[in-house]
Design a protein around this ligand. Structure first.
Ligand SMILES: [Zn+2]
Length: 250
């Protein structure tokens, strides 16, 4: 299939691509601000709003480039891809390649139409739980609020095909959580948009750290399921603006 050419798309869609580039570039500063990443690891991506099946236009998302340091992540450096993970022809150099996690993000966007943002980090405490392949138990009300239960472990998967994406989707489709700890790797989070997925990544590290510290002096006490259910329901449907439509119906 011939590459999508940005300049041939409707002007309005081109403007949405540009706005998405700006949002995704700016949100990378949150990963460093909360110390969730080192060197060039980690990435934020976002589905270009409105590019969904049925409207006759290509479905696009914007993701961090591969191997570019965080202080060089300008809107122009962001990479625009179709849902098969291929970069579109947008006039940027071929050397500007999408993140090595692009196939995983593309798989999530292709298989979870309600997801508008995906974030991946190797944040220390969350990744330590992933190293033990141990889900983070729901022992904090903020976990019940944000994730509706434990933060689950996904399968062990090697980068290079769609096995990471498949593992994320299979784990999160059976969970209320917006975060999954991929075994021996680290957290991937989803959200209604990129900002929502960044929030899920920040909160994931926060609860991973707190529950780790709680463990040092004893056994954290699980929250009763009916309390988890009511906390989750209240937070998702009453407090603030809620999250994804899928979570609202679960
Ligand atoms: Zn990784």
């Amino acid at each position: 299939m011939a590459a999508v050419v940005l300049s041939e798309l409707p002007e309005e869609l081109q403007q949405r691509v540009q706005a998405t580039r700006e949002r995704v570039a700016a949100l990378h500063a949150e990963l460093t601000r909360y110390e969730l990443v080192v060197w060039t690891a980690g990435n934020v991506s976002e589905r270009v709003p409105g590019s969904r099946p049925g409207d006759g236009l290509p479905e696009l998302f914007v993701i961090k480039p591969s191997g570019v340091s965080y202080d060089e992540l300008t809107p122009e450096a962001m990479v625009v891809c179709t849902l098969d993970g291929n970069k579109i022809d947008d006039g940027t150099p071929d050397a500007l390649k999408p993140s090595s996690d692009t196939a995983a993000a593309a798989y999530v966007y292709a298989h979870m139409p309600e997801v508008g943002g995906v974030v991946h980090t190797h944040s220390t405490y969350a990744t330590a739980w992933a190293a033990r392949q141990e889900p983070i138990p729901c022992v904090l009300t903020m976990m019940a609020d944000e994730y509706g239960g434990e933060i689950p472990i996904g399968p062990f998967a090697i980068i290079g095909d769609d096995s990471i994406g498949r593992g994320i989707v299979e784990t999160l489709q059976g969970s209320r959580s917006r975060a999954v700890l991929m075994a021996n790797h680290g957290p991937f989070t989803i959200g209604k948009d990129a900002r929502d997925a960044v929030k899920a990544a920040v909160m994931c590290e926060e609860v991973a750290r707190t529950v780790h510290i709680a463990r040092q002096l004893g056994d954290p006490v699980p929250i009763a399921q009916h309390h988890i259910d009511s906390l989750f329901d209240r937070y998702q449907n009453v407090y603030g603006q809620g999250t994804t439509d899928q979570e609202k119906t679960q």
